[in-house]
Design a protein around this ligand. Structure first.
Ligand code: GDP
Ligand code: MG
Length: 599
């Protein structure tokens, strides 16, 4: 297809504003998929179960559309991930487009993710087409939302499209707008050294990694020896194709086109998102801009409940890593937990996904220690140490200062909740930056906050304090010195290293109190008294005592129902497996995760 008949676009939206529903409608209206063969939300079909069987990721779709001018156009829809943990991937997907549809729920208005996505689209110089969705709802106020987008984002909304993705209203207008307003790709085919931008990749056990890319210059052919300009890896193209939206093989792809390739690549780390594909025999002189390597932001320890599963865990993590270049892991030994791994993630969601897959797909029963951000510790000797594990924080005498990562947080909320959300941000050590009235009813709040305070339960708290109405987005802004200490937990006078945390000195008492209180609840009583303490160095800041008790679970079963008794004993035995011994004390698995919920 010549570039002038191609349009490359993506859809950006706040969660639930209708991105997936609109994508489905575009596929149906262009007859790319038939309505009846349409599984609900085609581009979203990546849930855990289906993922295993599907080797091609539904992250792009090519549609054929005959426009009012009588021409047939190829419209390439490129999907973007919907979570802040994957912001870099979003920005690379947008970099592969010339324009985007900005979907805003006409009954809601601009939300934090709308802002963040629009900023990314602007950074990539995209033509933005505003779509006011859900106009079928009785509560829709397209005029108010139109004004809001103009005031808040500075986008011209005189040609915003009124639509209902659900009722199929405005879809034709959207297709025409894509053709009319989004510029075609530059005609960089002849006399250009080949370059293609990788915006996604996925591991396939049979063909190796499937790489998804946009050709920006020149052409790619089956059999070409290609080189990735940032990682310097070389591969030979086995297969080239497009998604229409089923995979279709082709012999070559030209500048302006979007497609996939396989080249017997062993792990996604060998074809990273953001890297530039060029030809070995005639390489481009410059890579496409914007490449960075995804760096883990949050670390935790993962230990098999059953020490025999250590090798299984290693193998499972290795397999996941084939498909996930942002996941890192290295062996860790804990005096309390034995052998496990210290694992790094982009954020908490990423961590939860990996944890769930390890348990569900690889059947490894895990104990996960509380997540921690990456600290920098300046030593008295003048060196700086990177600390991803609280137990490895050098002692107070050796260290000079500690720095922690900060982020800029943007909150959008109805004005009734400004008070509670400011309280929340301040309680989480936030520095107030700015407050602006978006409209009469809604406000943006901007704070600089320690990342450590955000990655725990900030989002849940924001939602509960605003009855679900506020939204948030954040990005990292560098490191700052803070008065931080290591809080150790001692059970029966033994330090339980996986429960150690780095906290602000002012919060040490509160966290220590909450933690020892929680542990007192979750640790079963034993035949002797157990002291539970939180300490900074040798100084105890909070303590609880778990009193002694003789435990007789079967006592509850008065009468002689023997099968019930047996059941209870069995349950208790299963419970035992999920316990860890610390000296003479059994600590249940939940104790290590309960820490997550304390702040
Ligand atoms: P996404 O998170 O942006 O992908 O949003 P979805 O496409 O999953 O839509 C979120 C919810 O809004 C779903 O329940 C949709 O059925 C609903 N929805 C999407 N578009 C419309 C619309 O135009 N009108 C109405 N009434 N509901 C819609
Ligand atoms: Mg969706």
């Amino acid at each position: 297809v010549p570039p002038k008949y191609i349009r490359n676009f993506s859809i950006i939206a706040h969660i639930d504003h209708g991105k997936s529903t609109l994508a489905d409608q575009l596929l149906i209206q262009t007859k790319t998929v038939m309505d009846r063969e349409m599984q609900a939300q085609f581009l979203d079909g990546m849930d855990l179960e289906r993922e295993r069987g599907i080797t091609i990721k539904l992250n792009q779709a090519r549609m054929k559309y005959t426009a009012n001018d009588g021409q047939v156009y190829a419209l390439n829809l490129i999907d973007t991930p919907g979570h802040v943990d994957f912001n870099y991937e979003v920005s690379r997907s947008l970099a592969a487009c010339e324009g985007c549809l900005l979907v805003v729920d006409a009954a809601q208005g601009v939300e934090a993710q709308t802002l963040a996505n629009v900023y990314l689209a602007m950074e990539n110089d995209l033509e933005i087409i505003p779509v006011l969705n859900k106009i079928d709802l009785p509560g829709a106020e397209p005029e108010r939302v139109r004004r809001e987008i103009e005031e808040v984002l500075g986008l011209d909304c005189s040609r915003a499209i009124l639509a209902s993705a659900k009722a199929g209203i405005g879809i034709e207008d959207i297709l025409e707008a894509i053709v009319e307003r989004i510029p075609p790709p530059a005609d960089n085919i002849a006399d250009h050294e080949t370059r293609a931008l990788i915006f996604d990749s996925a591991y396939d056990p049979y063909r190796g990694v499937i790489v998804y890319f946009r050709v920006t210059d020149g052409e790619l052919n089956v059999g070409d020896r290609v080189m990735l300009m940032n990682t310097r890896k070389e591969h030979i193209i086995d297969e080239l194709g497009v998604l229409a939206p089923k995979p279709v093989n082709v012999d070559r792809l030209f500048a302006g086109e979007v497609g996939w390739l396989s080249a017997s690549i062993k792990a996604v780390a060998d074809a990273r998102v953001g890297d530039t594909i060029t030809l070995k025999k005639n390489p481009a002189s410059q890579a496409l801009p914007g490449y960075t390597e995804a760096k883990p932001m949050v670390f935790c320890g993962m230990f098999p409940s059953d020490g025999d599963q250590f090798e299984d865990l290693r193998e499972a993590l290795g397999k996941l890593q084939l498909n996930d270049s942002a996941l890192s892991f290295e062996p860790e030994v804990s005096s309390a937990m034995g052998f496990g791994f210290r694992c790094g993630f982009l954020g908490l969601l990423h961590m939860e996904i990996v944890q769930e897959r390890l348990e569900r797909e690889y059947d490894v029963d895990l104990i996960v220690t509380s997540p921690t951000v990456v600290y920098r510790c300046n030593l008295a000797k003048g060196e700086t140490m990177v600390v991803q594990n609280p137990t490895l924080l050098p002692d107070a005498g050796v260290r000079e200062s500690i720095e922690e990562p900060y982020c800029r947080m943007e909150i959008i909320t109805p004005k009734d909740f400004v008070g509670p959300l400011m309280e929340l941000s301040q309680a989480r050590r936030g520095d107030f930056v700015d407050m602006q009235f978006l409209t009469e009813a809604r406000t943006t709040l901007i704070y600089n906050l320690p990342l450590a305070e955000v990655v725990t339960d900030f989002f849940d708290e924001l939602k509960s304090r605003s009855r679900g109405y506020a939204s948030m987005e954040y990005h990292q802004i560098g490191y700052r010195k803070s008065d931080l200490v290591r809080l150790d937990i001692k059970i029966n006078n033994e330090t339980v290293d996986p429960l150690a945390q780095i906290v602000h000195r002012d919060a040490a008492f509160r966290v220590g109190k909450a933690l020892t209180g929680r542990l007192r609840e979750v640790i079963p009583r034993q035949q002797f008294k157990i002291p539970i303490q939180a300490a900074i160095g040798v100084k105890v800041v909070a303590s609880e005592n778990l009193s002694a008790m003789r435990k007789d679970v079967t006592a509850k079963c008065y009468g002689g129902d023997i099968s019930r008794k047996k059941k209870l004993l069995k349950k208790q035995a299963a419970g035992k497996k999920r316990m860890k011994m610390f000296g003479k004390v059994e600590v249940p698995k939940e104790a290590f995760t309960s820490i997550l919920k304390i702040n």
